[in-house]
Design a protein around this ligand. Sequence first.
Ligand code: GLU
Length: 428
Amino acid sequence: MTDSIFVEALMRLDKAFKFSDINQEALEKLKYPKAILQVSIPLRRDNGSLQIFTGYRVHHNDIRGPTKGGIRYHPNVTLEEVKALAFWMTIKCSVIGIPFGGAKGGITVDPKQLSRLEIERLSRSYIDSIKNFIGPDKDIPAPDVYTNAMIMGWMMDEYSKISGQYTPAVITGKPIPLGGSQGREDATGRGAFICIQELRKKKNWKSQEIRVAIQGFGNAGQHIAQLLYDAGYKIVAISDSQGGIFRPEGFDVPSIIHIKNNSKKIQAVYCTNSVCESIEATNITNEELLELDVDLLIPAALENQITKDNAAKIKAPIIVEIANGPTTLEAEVILIKNGKMIIPDVLANAGGVVTSYFEWVQNKAGYYWTLEQVHQRLQEIMVREFLAVYQLMESHKTDMRTAAYIHALNRHVEAVLAQGTESYFDGT
Ligand code: GLU
């Protein structure tokens, strides 16, 4: 990862700036993270040796509320990446209109090389290292790539022990018995699904005719696959970090999820109960998946997947970004020139943080909602903000990402102006 990812992320602001009511001061503030913490995390390995890992937590901006954002465990985590991810969280919370700023955290580690007990010790140790930087009214972490509900539960437990009181609102994405919310597990996929369904209404699609390719089969990838499959869409290609499978007739998604969660592999199978039989499909690479002739392409893995090198080869007319930052700036120019539409990450994957907000509200109130309430409130927010972004896209004759950034900047500037800017203080 080069250090351009944060610099590149900021460039999207300049494009939106031209269309929004934001003033230069407010824009300037968004270009600098509020605070950065780098920590060295000691881990006692199962074999008795000591290993030190590097971790980060970045607060990007907190004018609209406490900072919010996930924690990622990945060997490629760098400070620049975490800064970019924290910036995207500020934009995302503003696009979707929830009262949070942006943050992100990460540890440079390959969790696949650690035992479960080592992951627990590392997670608790990380919280010990960042305890003064987070808090229920300060900065609230959540899951991200290769972290999950169980890890959030350990982290909440560790924080509660350190602070001497049960503090569920310090972290979201927890298991339901430990103060998690109904509906948080599939919320990122569900939010993207709601966007796709709204677009379907605008475009008059029949779901049965829509062929979908999904890159990445972690939490978000699996849930979007299941939701689209249930709604009749044809899922023709799926991949994980090892590669993927393609079948023009479409896959039986529950079978693929079943085998992935049991064997950790993507395999072309059809299962009856838990007995799975192989079916015919073509093995493809992650790069090939992106270039398939499909109607919807869903990058749901990592950033920088669609670059200037493959952008011209993308055939899908619609790209729905469930990963954060899967399309580079240069790639986007090519895609837009070729008439592609991108539902941007800061809108398409916002269902996760919206439901995290619900979880935080429930933790603070000590009063828990039903699954139906969560789904209904998520639907309400996602539809409202999707339509607002869509309308800005049409009225400014621009692309959807720029429209989402305009929407975010307009909300952001309301908060900045409420504090007073240069013009207020010099009396003009
Ligand atoms: N990691 C998720 C994201 O990138 C969720 C963040 C949260 O729930 O705070 O949006």
